[in-house]
Design a protein around this ligand. Sequence first.
Ligand code: HT7
Ligand code: ZN
Length: 872
Amino acid sequence: PEVIYLKDYKVPVFLIDHTELRFELKPDKTLVKARLKMRRNPESQDVTRELVLQGDKSLLLCRISVDEHVLNESDFQRNEQGLVVSGVPDQFLLETVTEIHPDQNTALEGLYRSDGVYCTQCEAEGFRRITFYLDRPDVMSVFSTTIEADKDAYPVLLSNGNPVAEGEADEGRHWITWEDPHPKPAYLFALVAGDLKLIEDQYQTLSGRDVALRIYAADKDLDKLDYAMQSLINAMRWDEQVYGREYDLDIYMIVAVDFFNMGAMENKGLNVFNTSCVLASPETTTDLGFQRVEGVVAHEYFHNWSGNRVTCRDWFQLSLKEGFTVFRDAEFSADMNSRTVKRVEDVALLRTAQFAEDAGPMAHPILPASFIEISNFYTMTIYEKGAEVVRMIHTLLGADAFRKGSDLYFDRHDGQAVTTEDFVKAMEDASGKSLVQFRHWYNQAGTPVLNITDAFDSETKTYKLTISQSCPATPGQEVKQPYHIPIAIGLLDSQGGDLVLPNGETTQVLELHHAEQTFEFGGIHEKPVPSLLRGFSAPVKLNYPYSRDNLTFLMSHDSDGFSRWEAAQKLGVDILQSLVADLGQGKELQLGLLLGDAFKVVLDNKDLDKAMVAKVLTLPSEAYLSELADVIDVDAIHEARQFVRQHLANQLETEFYSTYKVCTSTDAYSPSADSIARRSLRNTCLSYLMATGKQEYLELALVQFHEADNMTDSQAALSLVVHSNFVKAGEVILDQFYQRWIDQPLVVNQWLSVQASNPQRGALVQVENLMKHEAFNLQNPNKVRSLIASFCSLNPVNFHAIDGSGYRFLAEQVITLNSLNPQIASRLVTPLTRWKRYNLDRQDIMRKQLQRIMDSGELSRDVFEVVSKSLA
Ligand code: HT7
Ligand code: ZN
């Protein structure tokens, strides 16, 4: 397959001023009639008279005309990429009639059917599966869309913008025309047709305009839309207050569909959502689910400015909209809930999934230089690291200058398709701060490593921090230039108080520019304990020789909540890593009281946010420990972590039990930060109590399971029992759970996931059986994620079974999915791509399975790119 390079970007030769579409939806086929008003782009140097349109192989071209002159076969050529029309004038009307087959579309790109509902997914390059078009984000057009369909089966017909006309047609059919006044690229086009119900609300913008808010779903899900609606209203208000951004159409619609490759899509005025990111009710949705709904609804709404009004020039610029929008949604969630908890969760995700990506064969800068298949670049790097890079700009500029920069960016580029360079330039111009060196964050891949040492001179009363930076080689980038890195620090005296730093505050941002730099602090009377990288001010790995005493000290005294959690993580990592090493040397595991004592101090501190207590008490995950390891020893990491959990459970049994009781409440469910915090701590305590292996705590978990009035508590109990040695009890409640929720697909997905992530032996057989279960459907991405992806990424001991059964299983699924749904297939491969991180035995069997996929026949571009880069 062809490799596409950023350096080859050229402005489009032709533009489309107006796009008129007519969809005739019929049971056996859909006809797409397109009328495109086209003209030569005055900015293009290319004088060709050939018009090159993108169009998928599956499109059946029925008719094509230029200025009402029907073309015959000699006037145009079909090829793999689309259509080449020769001899076009400088301005013309291109008309096409195309036949497509949404029913056969299992890739879920373009127009497809989700449980009987027609819907579209056009980002990144799905529009070319609908009709022949200039399917690139820098071609922006005004759209007018007419949909005609059977009235009984598809009473609701939606597209972007406002409805302007409707009517009845023959044979029980009806039609409606939508017009979107805002020019947009084809990737933001959307169509929905189905038997949907809606909830409706009204929003008045700051300038007094009324906006109708509508959320559509299947009738049975209508009772689960209120939280999404409230989140949308909160997001609209927040974007006005924090960014000065108002909504710009009369209607904002969200539609929930069950078959969807990602979380949601920000189509102009008509967002399409995976049900998992919009439906929420206390009985069926966990706290995590509620927070996901809030975050994703806001994310898609924020795209209306950061993505739609100002869009990307080309797909290399993807992080322009995604990094910025993730930063915006993270800040929104932080403002709606607990800021520290949100930061801890985001950093934990970044450090496991994104750091691993940065260290693997698919590592790429947030502004990639090339790709084979753009769908492979909707990555943790583009989204999460992209957001961290925007956050660093915010940190370096300060909130006020950042806001000026964002105002300038939106004003300067409203209605344009631009680049990350335009974003950085606006930030520079508005603030006067040079971001020249900072730009390396955009074009260098890999996670920088900071090594920090310090020295205290009691005579001169100076304290010095020496910071050196390096960045490991990544594919195609051997040598890296030093980054401009904001490092927020504090210094603690021996009483745990913050010292006042040269900026007059207790936290100061040091700006690292060089490979090595020393920062001096005067007037210091005793050697302080440094609190480094407060709030995780840069996406880096940081080494400083903290003693365990330093870490317990920071755990209880650091004034920065994030750093208290970080100290606990570092302490946990230090202990777990030495136990993993002991296991490697065949030593018996031993653990003193230090960690438990530190945990006890935290548990006893009634002033702390319960959610943060729960976070601190949660040991570093197996995924994080794996990411940190030179060679990942899956079994030793699991065993060491289980050992420490059990040890802590025994040491602090009384405290865990009493905290569990304190956190038990009879109040009705609420997704408020306080209630979430209480449940989170209670379930953390329950998990430790279960780790004692005592029957009485099984009873406690079972009572919780049966009496819970919300999914958070019932699911937590379910997974603790199923993952414990109480096998029979687990089987019984799994069955009860399924029978109770058989009609709720999203809950059944959790049921699948609990079983897939069961670390007990035999999970693979269970997963294979579940693939034959009525609840499973390989064509539904949510099912694939819940069962197959959960097994491969949340169940390391079983997936990495030394007999290679997990790897074989995954390869088989990827081979099958490659032809059904390439995007899902290529995402699923990820755990195998990390083969170089394991010992030689595992490397060998993992690589063989990658090779097996490679040799399995005609691969999609998606799977080919990931597998070939992994084998290189
Ligand atoms: N911008 C949206 C991207 C998206 C997507 C990309 C590829 C294939 C399917 C997809 N569904 C949605 C999502 C977002 O970041 O808001
Ligand atoms: Zn997005």
